[in-house]
Design a binder for this molecule. Structure first.
Ligand code: PMP
Length: 377
């Protein structure tokens, strides 16, 4: 039987997937290298026995929302929960994006902002970052004024470039945006500041967070948003009934009892990140600074180590850099280490992104990287 055509506007799109290759060292999706505490697994196993499996879960996820609210010292009415922060973003875009509406992003940034916006039927406009990946107020103002977006995304720390956005820039964007502003803080625990203090019922800003990174719970798919009450009400309209299953609700509540374990894990990852950065800066790479649990880097085409400044414009950032990046990516893979190839992301030809792993994983990465960049010469 002939296939039935999908929507015209989806024809040119492919799904968004990070390869799931079975290799000993997987440093491509920014998960935590740390297992949750054994007490978490024990408590969760006990709680599973109390779930009434024949009944739908609490649709409003009240206990989980209250626990998240307590963590951030907000009211449960300011918390929306979903299946990963990707579903949070999708809900925002279903409520405020869509046909006839515009969504703004500043590239390079997390690709799913544009991707989900398009799937929701929105028009996407991409502003640009400066050469060093910071964002200028002029560029933000230009995009907001020219395109009047219904939804504006900021990502802090920004994936894949690594730095948190300037707090003054976030505040001025929130003050001038004509629609809602979402600050994606998937990596917030690594960052020196958060946009959470800007959230209140009179503002149009919301902050999205995830349990997938620092909470060591990527397997559970749980994310949330802190926003004004009216926004939470709007998101509840677009969420499917009972979208958050009972097991996940209880996993989130249980994880929140182990905040100090999570914080120790963040400190360990930050120490490993600094070790990786200093080792990588001795290699013929351009290495960008990071306030997250990953590092963006580009193998130099000329040799000689440099550390994160302007991205190169023409020259090596074009085909040659892309080719070298792919060769280094393949060499790492051949040595059992999977990192993210960011070459296809706008403005990132030849760039790779490595997640900070355990000390052993990072050692394996450094050995493989050193041999990859010297094997090229
Ligand atoms: N936002 C950013 C910036 C991310 O990097 C990711 C994960 N790669 C997400 C959101 C989605 O996270 P999750 O759906 O696992 O909560």
């Amino acid at each position: 039987m002939n296939r039935y055509p999908k929507r015209d506007d989806l024809r040119a799109m492919s799904g968004y997937h990070s390869p799931q290759v079975s290799v000993p060292v997987r440093l491509n999706t920014n998960e935590s290298p740390i297992e949750p505490p054994t007490e978490f697994v024990r408590d969760l196993a006990a709680a599973v026995g109390d779930i009434r499996w024949n009944r739908y879960p609490d649709r409003a996820a009240r206990e989980l929302r209250s626990a998240i609210a307590a963590l951030h010292q907000v009211r449960p009415e300011n918390v929306f929960v979903a299946n990963g922060s990707n579903e949070v973003l999708q809900s925002v875009l279903l409520a405020y994006g869509g046909a006839g509406r515009t969504v703004a992003t500043f590239e390079p940034t997390y690709q799913l902002h544009s991707h989900i916006a398009r799937i929701a039927g929105s028009t996407v406009v991409n502003g640009n970052r400066n050469g060093d990946f910071t964002l200028s107020e002029d560029e933000v103002r230009r995009v907001l004024t020219d395109h009047q977006p219904s939804v504006t995304f900021l990502c802090s720390p920004n994936n894949p470039t690594g730095l948190a956005e300037d707090p003054a820039l976030i505040a001025s964007t929130v003050a001038t945006a004509p629609g809602v502003v979402v600050v994606d803080e998937a990596y917030a625990q690594f960052s020196p500041h958060s946009a959470l203090p800007l959230v209140n019922d009179e503002s149009r800003v919301a902050v999205s967070r995830t349990f997938s990174k620092t909470w060591s719970m990527a397997a559970a798919r749980l994310g949330y948003l802190i926003g004004p009450t009216w926004m939470i009400e709007d998101l509840d309209v677009v969420a499917l009934p009972y979208h958050l299953d009972a097991l996940k609700q209880v996993a989130g509540i249980t994880a929140l009892r182990y905040v100090s374990h999570m914080e120790r894990g963040v400190a360990d990852v930050v120490a490993e990140r600094e070790r990786l950065l200093s080792e990588m800066r001795t290699m013929p790479l351009t290495v960008w600074p990071s306030q997250a649990n990953f590092i963006l880097f580009r193998p130099d085409s000329t040799g000689g180590a440099r550390s994160g400044g302007a991205r190169s414009g023409g020259g090596p950032a074009g085909g040659a850099a892309g080719e070298i990046g792919r060769r280094v990516w393949q060499h790492l893979l051949d040595n059992g280490v999977l990192v993210r190839d960011c070459s296809s992301w706008e403005g990132l030809a030849g760039c790779l992104r490595v997640t900070v792993g355990s000390a052993g994983e990072n050692d394996a990465f450094l050995v493989a990287l050193r041999s990859a960049v010297s094997a090229r010469d």
